[in-house]
Design a protein around this ligand. Structure first.
Ligand SMILES: Cc1cc2nc3c(=O)[nH]c(=O)nc-3n(C[C@H](O)[C@H](O)[C@H](O)COP(=O)(O)O)c2cc1C
Length: 265
């Protein structure tokens, strides 16, 4: 007749006695002396606690590894360097870049635009270069461009061409090693009748030699001076239709950048 737990209690008793004997023998061999039952039971408890602790440490390690793998698997944001050819405080082109940054924050989560100031750059003069070194402001600017995956140029049209401050920045970036090489790019402009289209065309020509790759469509040439108003008095873009078009430009730049990099950043 077996007891109420199907003999499990007896089995457990035998197992414990067996363990007790094994531990006794082990200790006698190692220590050369025999220990009391209480000491051995304390040892058993200690051993169980150690095993438990080790198991939980291993689990924590595995969890950390899983988290690290998860982080790596997340999509990396496309980094955009945005430059304005106008240095004016209430510039419409600065306003276009602010609108682009806001659009990204609101609705293009895997794209990050950083506005890169160009005002601090000296006028290009190769006497300012050392052997492969540049004035600190130029070094910092070039580094920002190198770190970006693509470029957003906002250039006004000055006398049928791109703005001189922007050309100056482009020329500094082009000094060897060319910081622009193999980057995707887009141009946005606003101005009189053509919305800056001639400046855009000239900038495309410059980009050929720099190995920049411009998106072709959509064109963003916004007429700033005919109603309805496109900008407020501080140069903020307030026109919904223009914002929608700007978003399309950003999406095209995003997908072209990834395409150029074979889907990887
Ligand atoms: C020196 C100069 C030349 C300009 N030439 C042109 C031009 O050729 N075509 C045009 O559409 N607008 C021309 N404009 C007007 C600018 O495109 C317009 O003022 C634009 O808003 C400037 O950009 P911003 O608001 O970002 O400063 C010119 C402005 C300046 C100051």
């Amino acid at each position: 007749m077996v007891d109420g737990d199907g003999g499990a209690g007896q089995k457990e008793g035998r197992r414990r006695r067996g363990n007790f004997a094994e531990v006794m023998m082990g200790r006698a061999k190692v220590g050369g002396c025999s220990n009391s039952r209480e000491e051995i039971e304390e040892d058993e408890v200690g051993q169980r606690e150690r095993t438990c602790r080790e198991r939980s440490e291993r689990e924590t390690e595995r969890e950390t590894e899983r988290e690290a793998r998860g982080r790596k698997a997340k999509p990396v944001a496309v980094k955009v360097a945005a430059l304005s050819g106008s240095l004016r405080k209430r510039s419409y082109h600065r306003g276009l870049i602010r609108a682009a940054i806001q659009l990204c924050e609101e609705s293009i989560k895997d794209m990050q635009i950083e506005y890169i100031e160009i005002e601090q750059l000296p006028m290009l003069n190769t006497d300012l270069e050392g052997h492969g070194t540049f004035p600190p402001a130029v070094e910092a600017f070039r580094q920002k461009i190198k770190e970006a995956d693509c470029v957003l140029f906002a250039s006004p049209e000055y006398n049928f061409s791109l703005a001189a401050p922007l050309k100056n920045a482009i020329d500094w970036g082009s000094r060897p090693p060319n910081a622009w090489a193999d980057k995707a790019a887009a141009i946005i402009s606003t101005g009189g009748n053509g919305g800056g289209e001639r400046a855009q065309y000239h900038l495309r020509q410059v980009g050929v030699f720099l190995d920049l790759h411009f998106i072709n469509k959509p064109l963003f040439c916004l007429n700033a001076f005919e109603p309805p108003a496109k900008f407020d008095k501080d140069g903020n873009l307030i026109n919904a239709e223009a914002k929608e078009k700007l978003k399309k430009v950003l999406l095209a730049l995003h997908s072209f950048t990834l395409r150029l990099r074979g889907g990887k950043l």
